[in-house]
Design a protein around this ligand. Structure first.
Ligand code: TYM
Length: 326
């Protein structure tokens, strides 16, 4: 199967991104044709300082490699190195209705949070995302829950195009994990853990140092009684159980049993330690990868060439179908 997914280089890669997306990408690398990108064109929908933006793109790429995404197995690249994305996005934007776009919950959310910069890109963002996916004829797109609506729109756009011009795009299936598809903020367990949260205690980056990770878990907001069980009315503890389970491989039920009768303090420490144990090797490898920028750039360019070959084939087909002279 062809797998496609991407992450925007904003803020930092959090354990939410890791559990909801990257962890599943790693599991899919063997036996599938995987393509993963750093969606830096998407990140332009918020104002970026050019120097920081460049550095963060490199840093995210190094984090991809440190997590175990392997350029020998998967195509890893940076979106802006493959111009076909914007070309297809324009074509698809002429086949997408404003009504479909301004109903997107993420557009409404982001507009509310960035009142001084509601740019056109923020609205047309899902069309670029559809172009990303459809260019590569992806069968499956592993994402967290917050991307579900964008995936549904991608499917609608693909079906609409195919109906009008004949079979061109593969209609992709989202893959949203049953557990961990929405890791929540450590400070407000009712909200998604966001990689650009201004409160550093609300999220854990996959390259946070161990003492910061421990501190954040110790301060994590929990619920009122002292029972460690997974339940809807205990969002804080349920979130911590999901995190613990994702990093140890233990099921939620096993974890509930392990911590039966224990207090929240002990539990939070154990979650912190499990996360530190899992992330320490990633953090070490990250430092190694980041120290060789020339090699990082070489790997990303090689990925872009491979991606571009696939993307160009689809784009040519699209252009022919819609009546461009090619
Ligand atoms: P982004 O960069 O916000 O997030 C990257 C991935 O992480 C998932 N995710 C989470 N999963 C669980 N809990 C959370 N708290 C959490 N926060 C984020 C997201 O669902 C996503 O899978 N538009 C996309 C990037 C993108 C893309 C694409 C994805 C661009 N083109 C094509 C798939 C296919 C985004 O902003 O993800």
């Amino acid at each position: 199967m062809r797998i496609y997914s991407a992450i925007q280089p904003t803020g930092c890669i959090t354990i939410g991104n890791y559990i909801g997306a990257v962890k599943n990408w790693l599991a899919m690398q063997d036996g599938n044709e995987c393509i993963f990108s750093i969606a830096n064109q998407h990140a332009l929908t918020v104002r970026q300082d050019p120097q920081e933006f460049r550095a963060r793109t490199l840093s995210f790429f190094a984090q991809f490699l440190a997590c175990g995404l392997d350029p020998e197995k998967s195509i890893l690249y940076v979106q802006s190195h493959v111009p076909q994305h914007s070309e297809l996005a324009w074509i698809l934007s002429c086949m997408t209705y404003i009504g479909e776009l301004d109903r997107m919950t993420q557009f409404k959310d982001k507009s509310r949070k960035n009142e001084d910069n509601i740019n056109a890109g923020l609205l047309t963002y899902p069309v670029l995302m559809a172009a990303d996916i459809l260019l590569y004829k992806a069968d499956v797109v592993p994402v967290g829950k917050d991307q579900k609506q964008h995936l549904e729109l991608t499917r609608d756009i693909a079906i609409r195009f195919n109906n009008r011009f004949g079979e061109t795009f593969v209609v992709p299936e989202p893959y949203i994990p049953k557990q961990g598809a929405k890791i929540t903020s450590l400070q407000n367990p009712l909200e998604k853990m966001s990689k650009s949260d201004k409160d550093a205690n609300a999220m854990v980056s996959i390259i946070d140092p161990p003492d910061a990770i421990m501190r954040k878990f110790k301060r994590a907001v929990t619920d009122s009684d002292n029972r460690i069980v997974f339940s809807e009315d205990k969002p804080g503890i349920s979130n911590l159980l999901s995190i613990y389970s994702a990093f140890t491989g233990e099921s939620i039920e096993e974890a509930e049993k392990r911590f039966e009768g224990k207090g929240y303090g002990d539990f939070k420490l154990a979650v912190g330690e499990a996360v530190v144990d899992a992330l320490t090797p990633i953090r070490n490898k990250y430092a190694e990868y980041l120290s060789d920028k020339a090699e990082l750039e070489r790997i990303m360019k090689e990925g872009a060439e491979k991606a571009s070959r696939i993307a160009e084939r689809t784009l040519q087909k699209v252009k022919k179908k819609i009546g461009f002279i090619i």
